[in-house]
Design a protein. Structure first.
Length: 73
């Protein structure tokens, strides 16, 4: 399933790259992060609860970024 999230705290392409690599490290696929529009999309076969758990882990570890509005697309 494909998902999108809104991301706060991104300021540059370095932020974008860090978030993208962190999401890919958690086995999320086809990750696209847009630092100008403050969102990301990705694909995974995991359940929505598992996706939330993964996102909470990633954004807790990153610290200065946060996500909201997890939506299946």
């Amino acid at each position: 399933m494909n998902y999108s999230i809104k991301i706060t705290g991104m300021h540059c392409s370095g932020c974008k790259n860090l978030i993208q690599m962190s999401l890919e490290d958690e086995q999320l696929q086809a990750v696209v992060v847009d630092n100008e529009k403050d969102f990301a999309t990705f694909k995974t076969d995991d359940s929505e609860d598992a996706v939330k758990s993964t996102l909470n882990k990633v954004f807790t570890e990153l610290g200065k970024y946060s996500y909201t509005d997890l939506k299946a697309i």
